[in-house]
Design a protein. Structure first.
Lengths: 253, 380
């Protein structure tokens, strides 16, 4: 356990610069927007405050691609493979810091954005029934953030998988990575469609929504299928262990 | 076999599978389909029925007429105006072009409310106004039609508009009739939950309609048409017609140019057209009098064709019936089907299997190619 923690610490250290630089950039951006809140049209700085959320998945792609590439570049891959740790532990040590970074930074960004735009949000909620507005907002936010987190995990693991597959080859690694990246998404989308049937028994997510009609909006509850969420988590767990297995046993140094 | 080789073969096979799947299978079964539950499908249906159950003549508690006139002086002073933009959340729009250089908007406001007094007070301050943004003239009510005080439900507006015929128009309407006619400039329109009539337009038209019926005719240029849950009658179109249709029936006639059609669930009756290109699922077609080539990639549907020239069909789970060919000898035939039968009167004496037929007409001028899986091919 101690050596696993030590591995995780090492991985965190390697991410130090990225964490500091990206946190600073995002902090400056948010600070700039907060100072402009009173001067710009209502909602503009609130909306722009979420822009960094579009970049974090790209950073997850970068981290996934570099997770083992950096080991090859620094000639550490041999040392990594002879570590007396199981493949999934090594892979977890890579995955955990990246996911923690993604989770904390995106979560902090959302919280800061919501906190500093409470007046604007209160104004929005005043225009719609209080309970309906907050209820919908909470449900929608939870589902959207859950999807966002899954997207980040998916991008990281698929990119990592793409690089590991490409590392079987000596040439055209980037090209092969791109091909595997596309293929993996296609397979998840298509195979996931069939896996959905296995999880149809799961209770669906109730979501209160606005129904637009000539009178404005009315409250309605619809149910969103939960099977795709279960399927994607299952597939990602499988991919995590596949990556671990490939890096521990199959990739030649 | 080395791991590298195994992975290479796997990658090649999967890539080919992906290409074939994306290009040919076009199945709707994917991960995200699982998000759609019955309650979501019911919600879509409920939205369709909402209007007729909740708003009618009885719910109108106040009504008044009004007029907004932007005369020739206004248009002279604002020569940059080239676009007329109107969004009506609830009501109808009747717009027609005129040779006069003026914009005349007659309108009727109807306030649907729970209380008559509140409605009468509310309607007093209501009027239609304009907003000039660059070259775009926007018309709207001075208050929101749907975001209203507590006792007021919604403001319905019926517009009757005349604009200069060379003014481009962008119209968005909901829950009522949309009618546009006699314009020389481009039209971009959309309508949900209401009937639509568009005719005598000389420039390109873009339309997006849902839930209703439409009649579109006498267009001097192209038509780009996105339709869902609608019955459409389209005729006399000079330019190309690009139609995307879902859950609807389309009756199309007298096209002077090509038709490109994508369809899911529904039917189409097409007569008199140039080249036709079809991509469809669960759609039946009756096509006649085509002076060009019909190309189709379709599954689950039926094709009834008559008086055609060149034909190239790729079909799955779809029967095709070709009748009224002017002369069998004018065509060369290349027909094949898997898990289906070919029946062709003219080739009864030829040696052939039930699943393949090649026949070169004596005076072959046109070509009929049909590749089918799980479908019959009949030529009578």
């Amino acid at each position: 356990m101690r050596s696993l923690i030590s591995l995780i610490k090492n991985e965190f250290k390697q991410l130090n610069i990225l964490i500091i630089v990206s946190t600073l950039i995002i902090a400056v951006w948010e600070w700039f927007l907060i100072t402009r809140t009173g001067h710009w049209p209502p909602g503009l700085s609130f909306g722009l405050g979420f822009i960094p959320l579009f970049f974090l998945p790209l950073i997850m792609i970068f981290l996934g691609y570099n997770s083992y590439r950096s080991e090859w570049d620094n000639n550490n891959i041999y040392l990594l493979k002879i570590l007396p740790r199981r493949g999934y532990e090594i892979n977890f040590a890579k995955f955990f810091p990246a996911f923690a970074y993604y989770l904390i930074l995106s979560g902090a960004l959302i919280v800061v954005n919501l906190y500093f735009h409470q007046d604007f949000l209160a104004g929005v909620f005043r225009q719609i029934p209080e309970t309906l507005g907050r209820e919908v907002f909470r449900e929608f936010s939870i589902l959207a953030y859950l999807s966002y987190l899954i997207t980040g995990i998916q991008l990281y693991l698929i990119t990592q998988f793409a690089y590991i597959i490409a590392s079987f080859y000596n040439r055209f690694r980037l090209l092969i990575s791109i091909l595997v990246f596309i293929l993996s998404h296609y397979l998840i989308l298509r195979v996931g469609g069939f896996f959905n049937y296995l999880f149809n028994w799961l209770p669906d997510f109730p979501v209160t929504i606005f129904m637009e009609n000539p009178a404005g909006v009315t409250e309605s509850t619809v149910y969103i299928g939960s099977a795709p969420f279960a399927v994607i988590l299952l597939l990602m767990t499988g991919l995590f262990f596949l990556n671990s297995r490939l890096i521990a046993s199959d990739v030649d140094v | 076999m080395s791991r590298k080789k195994l992975i290479t073969y796997l990658l090649i096979i999967l890539t080919l599978v992906m290409i074939v799947d994306v290009r040919y299978v076009q199945s709707d079964n994917n991960l995200f389909e699982g998000l759609i539950t019955e309650s979501i499908e019911e919600m879509i249906k409920a939205e369709n029925n909402f209007f007729q159950y909740n708003y009618n003549q009885d719910s109108i508690k106040a009504q008044k007429d009004g007029n907004l006139r932007l005369g020739s002086d206004f248009l002279r002073e604002n020569k940059e105006i080239n676009s007329f933009n109107l969004k009506n959340e609830f009501g109808s729009i009747q717009l027609q072009g005129s040779k006069n250089q003026e914009i005349n908007i007659d309108y009727t406001l109807k306030v649907h409310a729970e209380d008559r007094e509140a409605a009468e007070e509310f309607i007093q301050d209501l009027k239609v106004i304009y907003n000039l943004e660059g070259a775009n003239l926007e018309i709207h009510l001075n208050r929101s039609q749907t975001d209203t005080p507590e006792l007021i439900k919604v403001v319905e507006i019926d517009y009757r508009i005349t604009v200069p015929e060379e003014l481009q128009t962008e119209l968005r309407n909901n829950y009522g009739k949309l009618q546009v006619q006699n314009l020389k400039a481009e039209v971009n329109g959309s309508n949900r939950y209401g009937s639509t009539r568009v005719n005598n337009i000389e420039s390109p038209v873009i339309l997006k309609l849902a839930y209703g019926e439409s009649r579109i005719d006498n267009l001097g240029s192209t038509l780009e048409f996105d339709s869902s849950y609608a019955e459409n009658t389209i005729s006399n179109i000079a330019g190309n017609l690009k139609l995307e249709s879902a859950y609807g029936f389309n009756k199309i006639s007298n096209l002077e140019s090509d038709l490109e059609m994508k369809s899911r669930y529904g039917g189409a009756e097409i007569s008199s057209a140039e080249n036709i290109e079809i991509s469809s699922r669960y759609t039946g077609f009756t096509i006649s009098d085509v002076e060009g080539k019909i190309t189709a990639d379709s599954e689950y549907g039926e094709f009834k064709l008559s008086q055609i020239e060149d034909l190239d069909l790729e079909l799955r789970y779809a029967d095709v019936e070709i009748t009224s060919l002017p002369d069998y000898e004018l065509y060369s035939y290349d027909l094949s089907t898997e898990y289906g039968d070919i029946n062709a009167d003219f080739a009864a004496l030829e040696n052939r299997s039930k699943e393949k037929l090649s026949y070169q007409g004596q005076r072959a001028k046109y070509e009929i190619i049909v590749n089918s899986e799980y479908g019959d091919i009949n030529i009578n």
